[in-house]
Design a protein around this ligand. Structure first.
Ligand code: ACO
Length: 343
């Protein structure tokens, strides 16, 4: 799917962003012995130094709700002003109902529409696209988009191929009509032939949880790291090129590049191929690890709070995740886009 927004009757953009991560920080040294790895190996191969990890009893909605409250406050609205709550996650509170239902209730949003969307680490970009389309179609005026994942809950902490990579977190954005700037183009894709390169075998309808599946750790993540690495590096570049071409831009026209924070080596490869200068690239994977659907909105929140994004800045976001899914969104940051984030 690819589209530019030139023919849309209204401009739609992001007017408020917020995020939330658990307090507990787990460093590479904290996991090195159990996973038979080292800080040096992890930093060299991934760029990750630490991650935030949710404790027992903390669920997706516990991070999503505060992130959403901050985004609403920064947009200068309340949950009563929202028409749809859209939560991108692969780590919901429960198999059902949707975590969006829990979040809407926690926010006091009343009887708004609410549903979850599952596209792995690309979930936030997919959800932005849906929010945009829903507003342009006239079905909603304001959509609250949340990207939240607690992938540490699906880790086998003795599997050094996976446990080193992930952290927990949530990021949220209010999407609505804006007076200038806004989304310029989107590109979404998926290649389902890679399903088993990154998946959780049990706990769904294919293999419901049993004592045996739990004993076999089939409810934890399995990943073919090399395959994911190869595919992700290629598709990050292709998706960015497509979304830029669709809007009539070159990589040189971009002010800020916000790639999914999976691995510094994947980011470096994309940056090299696209020819985007380092100073335009946003990286926080060293402090948060891969927070999946939360990674891009956590970056946006940091960028707004430290003043990296100014109105008029052209921001390119690209995600890649389990599926394998990918997606890019190009936005010109609007003047009414919570610049400063004082809340
Ligand atoms: N510490 C020490 N050694 C390790 C570790 C570790 N943590 N992990 C693997 N190794 C070893 C392997 O056992 C192997 O040893 P061997 O040669 O004796 O067999 C060697 O290192 C090389 O293994 P590879 O798997 O080829 O290591 P690679 O360089 O590919 O790095 C990594 C592994 C970091 C997982 C890399 O493949 C990667 O980053 N892949 C992408 C994963 C990813 O980002 N997934 C999420 C993206 S999608 C989403 O966000 C949902």
């Amino acid at each position: 799917m690819i589209a530019n927004t030139k023919t849309a009757a209204i401009r739609v953009g992001i007017t408020g962003v917020g995020s939330c991560v658990p307090d507990e920080i787990v460093t590479n040294d904290d996991i090195a012995e159990r996973a038979q790895t080292s800080d040096e190996w992890i930093v060299e191969r991934t760029g990750i130094r630490q991650r935030h990890v949710a404790g027992p009893g903390v669920a997706a909605s516990d991070l999503a709700s505060p992130a959403a409250e901050r985004a609403l406050a920064r947009a200068g609205i309340t949950s009563a002003d929202v028409d749809l709550v859209l939560v991108a996650t692969i780590t919901p509170d429960m198999p059902f109902p949707a975590t969006a239902s829990v979040v809407a209730e926690r926010l006091g949003a009343g009887q708004v529409a609410a549903y979850d969307l599952q596209a792995g680490c690309t979930g936030f970009v997919y959800a932005l696209t849906q929010a945009y389309a829903t507003i342009v179609a006239g079905l909603a005026r304001r959509v609250l988009v949340v990207g939240v994942d607690l992938l540490t809950k699906y880790l086998n902490w003795e599997d050094r191929g996976t446990c080193i990579l992930f952290g927990d977190g949530a990021g949220a954005a209010v999407v609505e009509e804006v007076s200038d700037g806004g989304f310029l183009s989107f590109e979404l894709g998926n290649d389902g032939s890679h399903v088993e390169d990154l998946y959780v075998p049990a706990g769904g309808t294919r293999q419901p949880a049993t004592a045996g599946s739990v004993a076999a750790l089939d409810h934890t993540m399995r990943m073919n790291g090399r395959q994911v690495f190869k595919f992700a590096t290629r598709v990050m570049v292709i998706s960015a090129q497509r979304v830029l071409a669709s809007a009539g831009f070159e990589p040189a026209d971009i002010d800020l590049y916000v790639p999914h924070q999976a691995n510094k080596r994947i980011i470096d490869h994309a940056v090299r191929e696209l020819g985007i200068p380092e100073e335009k690239v946003v990286v926080n994977v060293d402090r948060f690890g891969n927070t999946s659907a939360a990674s891009i909105p956590i970056c946006l929140d940091e960028m707004l709070r430290d003043g990296t994004v100014a109105p008029g800045a052209r921001v390119l976001m690209t995600g890649v995740g389990t599926g394998i899914t990918w997606g890019s969104a190009l936005i010109e940051w609007p003047t009414d886009g919570n610049n400063g984030g004082s809340v």
